[in-house]
Design a protein around this ligand. Structure first.
Ligand SMILES: Nc1ncnc2c1ncn2[C@@H]1O[C@H](COP(=O)(O)OP(=O)(O)OP(=O)(O)O)[C@@H](O)[C@H]1O
Ligand SMILES: [Mg+2]
Length: 321
């Protein structure tokens, strides 16, 4: 069995709405029949807009909330029946500031959690030293967390997830509201962990992060996984490039560009951008037309679809809406 296996996991939240005269119950499928697995040395990127169900999924996997239906196994242990074993095999970073004690220093926080996780005391000190060093917090280890910057808190929270050197790691938006430098650090650490053989789930709003880091990307929308594949495979799905970029001279000679299939035209100086449903279909006709009008074409580009294009195509939504 793979180190992380998820089977038809479902979470329904029941909300009570209305007022004292008319109460209604409403069910929200936060996560709906989600199944996947993640191997050793593999990163699964979970990509979805606000409210898609990413955090709910992570919270079920780390036994913070109970699934309504379905099951998942961490290193073979059931999240519904063997919570203790599951927690021993997990390192988790959740979003939100409540994960740390603000009245303790950075080092004290890690010491506290090490004790809570029953880590071997003979090992704890060197592990904490190593992590503080790794996350660039060594010289601020004795500062109270309430006096940390947001970025420092996020880095400490990341260190906390690594404390027990668990084989399976869950990171919920690990680089959200981080400066570029700290984001780069966290991303490179996540890659190193993957290369050491860890099994990793990472949720993110950032397309580029998902694209760069993930071995597989799961796109989640309204609680369901709508696509799951390597980033490159997902991009192939949207094989119709949506824009043609043409560099050249003489565009000012064009009075109109009236060819079937053109949705919009943008033109500035020596660059013409043509938006279409299907650039492969349009390109030959467009070139013939331009050359016929005396335009000198020097370069043609069909930009590759991004993960963002895939996302919009599959969900009809943008990531932050
Ligand atoms: N404790 C709760 N009670 C009721 N509904 C909840 C609860 N937690 C989450 N939800 C609902 O479940 C859905 C999924 O929320 P979730 O936090 O998992 O989304 P998310 O993908 O993490 O979003 P974001 O990108 O904003 O972090 C949302 O509709 C949310 O309102
Ligand atoms: Mg979330």
């Amino acid at each position: 069995m793979k180190p992380l296996v998820v089977k038809e996991l479902t979470k329904i939240f029941e909300l009570r709405e209305g007022n004292i005269f008319s109460k209604r119950k409403r069910e929200i499928y936060a996560v709906r029949d989600v199944s996947f697995d993640v191997d050793n040395g593999e990163i699964l990127g979970l990509l979805g807009p606000n409210g898609a169900g990413k955090t709910t999924l992570i919270k079920m996997l780390c036994t913070l909330i109970e699934p309504t239906k379905g099951e998942a196994y961490i290193k073979g242990y059931s999240i519904t029946k063997e919570a203790q074993k599951v927690k021993q095999n997990l390192g988790v970073m959740l979003t939100g500031e409540r994960a740390l004690y603000w009245k303790l220093t950075g080092r004290e926080n890690l010491e506290y959690f090490a004790a809570l996780y029953h880590l071997d005391p003979s090992w704890t000190k060197s592990r904490i030293d190593e992590l503080l060093e790794l996350l660039g917090l060594k010289d601020r280890e004795n500062t109270l967390v309430e006096n940390y910057s947001t970025g420092m808190r996020i880095r400490l929270n990341f260190a906390k997830a690594l404390l027990n050197d668990a084989p399976v790691l869950l990171f919920d938006e690990p680089t959200m509201s981080l400066d570029p430098q700290s984001s780069r650090l966290i991303r490179s650490l996540i890659k190193e962990l993957r290369d050491k053989g860890k099994t990793i789930i990472l949720t993110t709003h950032y397309m580029e992060e998902a694209d760069q880091l993930s071995d597989k990307v799961a796109i989640i929308n309204y609680g369901r996984i709508v696509a799951l594949a390597k980033p490159s495979e997902l991009k192939v799905k949207v094989n119709k490039s949506k824009v043609i970029e043409i560099e050249g001279r003489g565009f000012e000679r064009l009075e109109e560009l009236n060819i079937k299939g053109i949705m919009k035209v943008d033109y500035k100086d020596s660059l013409l951008k043509v938006y279409t449903e299907d650039s492969r279909e349009l390109l030959p006709k467009l070139l013939e037309f331009l050359i016929g009008k005396g335009v000198q074409v020097s370069n043609i580009k069909l930009p590759e679809p991004s993960l963002e294009d895939v996302f919009i195509e599959l969900t009809g939504r943008t990531l932050r809406d």
